[in-house]
Design a protein around this ligand. Sequence first.
Ligand code: GLN
Length: 203
Amino acid sequence: MKKRVGVLALQGDVREHSRAIQKSGALSVSVRRQEDLASIDALIIPGGESTTIGKLLRIFELIDPLKKSISDGLPVFGTCAGMILLAKDVIDGSHDQETIGTMDITVRRNAFGRQVDSFEKPLDLSNIGAGSVTAVFIRAPWIEKQGSNVQTLASVESGHESRRESHIVLARQDRQLAASFHPEILEGQRYEVHEYFIREVAS
Ligand code: GLN
C-alpha cells in the first residue's frame, strides 16, 4: 500500500511538494485541520513565510496537535520556512514568531543575508545516498546550533577565501528531517530528498 504523505497546506509551495511526493511513489494528502493528521503516515511542512504559516497554525489550532503527533512519532520533513517552524530556537525571528519547536536545532532566519534573495549551490547529498545536486536557496535559514541527537546530513560554505564558514543545511533528528533549501525544485526533476524522507525517515 502506498504511504500517505501529508503536506501542510496553509501557505507556501504546497503544489510542488505534492508533485514530489507523487513522483516518489507515495500518495499526497492536503493537511489543513487537526482531523487530517489522523490519516497520514508522514508530513511535509513546505517553504513559504514562517511567520505567516505560524500565525495560521495558531488560528487553525494546529500547534499543539502537531507537537503531540510529532512527539508521538509522526515523521516530519520541514523545508525552508518548514525548517524554521520545527526549530526549538530561532535567531532573527519576528517578534511574534510561533514555532512547533520539536527539533533540537537553533536556526538563523534569512541567514545568507537579505540582499541575497535566492541562489543556487551545488550540494553533496552522499550522506543520504544521492550524490551531488544543484540546490535552490530562497531567503533561506541555516542551522546554527544543534543538539547531540541531531545528525548533520549536508552543509554549504559561505564567505570569502580568507574566511570560509560551513553551514548546516540538511539535518535529521530521529523521525524529523529539516532542509534549508527547496528539495521540491531540484534540477532535472530529481526528488532524492523526498525519496530519502519517505523511504528512510518515515520507514
Ligand atoms: N525566509 C522565510 C521565512 O522566514 C523562509 C523562506 C522560504 O521558505 N523560502 O519564513
